[in-house]
Design a protein around this ligand. Structure first.
Ligand SMILES: *[C@@H]1O[C@H](CO)[C@@H](O)[C@H](O)[C@H]1NC(C)=O
Ligand SMILES: *[C@@H]1O[C@H](CO)[C@@H](O)[C@H](O)[C@H]1NC(C)=O
Ligand SMILES: *[C@@H]1O[C@H](CO)[C@@H](O)[C@H](O)[C@H]1NC(C)=O
Ligand SMILES: *[C@@H]1O[C@H](CO)[C@@H](O)[C@H](O)[C@H]1NC(C)=O
Ligand SMILES: *[C@@H]1O[C@H](CO)[C@@H](O)[C@H](O)[C@H]1NC(C)=O
Ligand SMILES: *[C@@H]1O[C@H](CO)[C@@H](O)[C@H](O)[C@H]1NC(C)=O
Ligand SMILES: *[C@@H]1O[C@H](CO)[C@@H](O)[C@H](O)[C@H]1NC(C)=O
Ligand SMILES: *[C@@H]1O[C@H](CO)[C@@H](O)[C@H](O)[C@H]1NC(C)=O
Ligand SMILES: *[C@@H]1O[C@H](CO)[C@@H](O)[C@H](O)[C@H]1NC(C)=O
Length: 507
């Protein structure tokens, strides 16, 4: 009796196994990839809180990476890193201007030809883009909206920087003019609708696709959808950590901050904080819509979804009212959630993942070897169920690079931040300056947690933080750090600042 029972049981298991193998075999083509990229969404000051559906549908169904960083806390340099898998010192897009290589002709001739999407195209992926690309995309001096970057089949590229209404899209190279009607123009929804149009034509047999959805939220001008205009009415920017703290021992830019911030300035910070969350609610809807469609089209089983942002943000940290461009945690940490085939739900992972790792990872998922010119490391092996990568084979350090923006024609405050300067909202301080140019090394391992920075200013200013002791980076410990730690940090910074390809890995 017992023996017979076991026999039936094992026969059943074999049948089930065969069935599983068959199902896999019939579906196993290269996986689809959906990459959702937000703009200016932090993770340190609560930027992910409003994304309840996204967290449930992507994060909880897969992996939340708790140490995702950008290597440059500014839109165009970071986006250029995301596209190429290269640090700023290797792709040359140093700021948001054309003469700083933001979508410049040289960029288009060199880096854009090697963007990750060109590799996916070679693997016969159908490729789709909608939303903000690079801040200077579509301008006359960068080839106009006729320029469709190589590798993209379906192209819906926003001309210029983030907007919600009154913008132009390049649709496969032809301009489409959008005004201010919610139904027809609200950009986050238009991205979602164009994704619909595309997904309706995809099926499990139609070959793999790559879809990139790049939202204006939560970048200025922060116009929420009408139904969310009153959401989070009572929400305020968090007052903890370095909020309204004077960074008296930090570099010049921080020392010139207005401290304490005036009450009307703080009220404005709260307003911006709420408006950021409101614009993100439409992104949350978009994510839900995309997942519903993938399910309906029977595509979800074979589709990876990645969710991240181009840089973090600050709202009152160290008395700096609202911007990015600083090397501190709030500006360099961004969300990363991934779900997909073979990924066990409910995981948290601690490895350092960088914006430059996305490109080689997408390429690796399309069954190609990551190109050797890329500085980032593919992390597809970390996605596999129960992946355990020994610490010795993953990086512990990376470099953060920023070239301070400036505008010679504004003598009083040499920042380049039109929003803060010409309409400075209650608090008029520089959010960037030519001498806010820096390179930092960020080290994070089982027993170390450091930030070391060198600024290109008249003081050759240095900062050091041990984040295990000072998680909010409140006091600059450059005078007290041990000599050997400092020497080691300087050596790492020198190596990483000139690294290329494999020499950037595993430092
Ligand atoms: C622009 O990119 C090119 C090619 O990478 C580089 O040679 C040049 O120095 C960059 N320009 C700036 C201003 O960094
Ligand atoms: C880009 O490449 C084309 C063709 O190779 C060349 O004609 C053009 O001068 C290049 N432009 C720049 C800015 O390098
Ligand atoms: C854009 O190009 C793609 C690929 O050729 C095509 O399938 C799609 O229909 C085009 N979109 C529009 C609006 O013409
Ligand atoms: C949203 O609220 C602001 C004031 O908080 C108001 O100026 C604006 O007109 C409202 N927009 C919509 C679409 O209701
Ligand atoms: C939020 O505030 C606005 C303006 O002060 C008000 O019109 C609206 O009813 C409030 N909404 C909620 C949900 O409290
Ligand atoms: C501050 O509060 C926010 C919102 O509650 C939270 O997300 C964040 O982790 C806190 N930060 C610190 C440094 O305690
Ligand atoms: C992964 O780990 C879990 C818990 O340790 C175990 O039950 C499961 O069998 C493992 N899966 C694989 C594919 O190794
Ligand atoms: C961007 O970088 C270029 C090259 O260094 C420089 O000429 C330009 O002034 C910079 N733009 C801003 C806004 O700082
Ligand atoms: C930084 O630049 C500003 C404006 O040009 C100048 O006032 C300040 O002295 C500079 N500080 C350092 C440390 O270079």
């Amino acid at each position: 009796m017992e023996g017979r029972g076991r026999g039936i049981f094992s026969m059943l298991s074999v049948l089930i196994l065969l069935n599983v193998l068959q199902t896999c075999a019939s579906k196993k083509g290269p996986p689809n990839i959906v990459f959702i990229l937000t703009d200016d969404q932090d993770t340190v000051i609560g930027g992910e809180t409003p994304m309840t559906k996204t967290k449930k549908l992507i994060g909880d169904e897969g992996i939340i990476f708790r140490n995702m960083f950008v290597t440059s806390p500014l839109c165009c340099p970071s986006r250029s890193s995301i596209l190429t898998g290269n640090y700023v010192h290797n792709h040359g897009a140093v700021n948001n201007s054309v003469d700083g290589n933001c979508s410049s002709p040289i960029w288009q001739n060199q880096s854009e030809m090697r963007a990750f999407i060109t590799y996916l195209k070679k693997q016969k992926y159908t490729t789709f883009f909608a939303g903000k690309y690079l801040n200077m995309y579509g301008r006359r001096e960068t080839g106009g909206p006729e320029h469709v970057p190589p590798g993209w089949d379906w192209w819906n590229g926003l001309v210029g920087n983030s907007r919600y209404y009154n913008y132009h899209l390049s649709v496969n190279g032809t301009v489409e003019n959008h005004k201010d009607n919610y139904e027809n123009d609200y950009l986050t929804n238009i991205i979602s609708k164009r994704a619909d149009d595309f997904l309706q034509l995809q099926s499990p047999d139609s070959g793999p696709f790559f879809m990139m959805l790049s939202t204006p939220a939560c970048h200025g001008p922060l116009i929420p959808a009408p139904q969310y205009n009153n959401s989070f009415n009572d929400t305020k920017a968090p007052r903890n950590g370095s909020f309204n703290v004077y960074g008296k021992d930090k570099h010049w830019l921080i020392r010139q901050a207005q401290f304490p911030m005036p009450a009307d300035g703080i009220a404005n910070i709260d307003k911006l904080f709420r408006r950021r969350w409101r614009t993100l609610l439409s992104v949350d809807d978009m994510v839900e819509n995309v997942i519903n469609l993938l399910t309906q089209r029977k595509l979800l089983d074979n589709t990876y979804l990645f969710y991240s942002s181009d840089n973090g943000y600050h709202l009152g940290q160290f008395s700096m009212p609202h911007n990015k461009r600083l090397p501190y945690e709030f500006d360099v940490r961004v969300p990363l959630m991934v779900r997909g085939p073979g990924i066990k739900a409910g995981q948290l992972r601690e490895e350092i993942i960088l914006n430059i790792d996305l490109a080689p990872t997408f390429i690796a998922l399309s069954a190609q070897t990551a190109p050797s010119q890329m500085d980032g490391m593919p992390f597809h092996n970390l996605l596999a169920q129960n992946a355990t990568i020994p610490a010795s084979s993953w990086r512990e350090s990376f470099v953060i690079e920023h070239q301070g923006a400036y505008n010679e024609i504004i003598p009083k405050c040499p920042q380049f931040d039109h929003m803060d300067l010409s309409h400075c909202n209650k608090i008029c301080v520089c959010e960037d300056a030519k001498n806010n140019t820096y390179s930092c090394v960020r080290t994070l391992s089982a027993d170390t947690n450091y930030l070391y920075c060198v600024f290109e200013d008249t003081e050759n200013f240095e900062e050091f933080y041990d984040l295990n002791k000072d998680p909010d980076q409140l006091s600059n410990a450059i005078q007290t750090v041990g000599k050997s730690v400092l020497m080691d940090q300087r050596k790492k910074l020198m190596e990483l600042s000139v690294c290329q390809g494999p020499s950037c890995h595993k430092i």
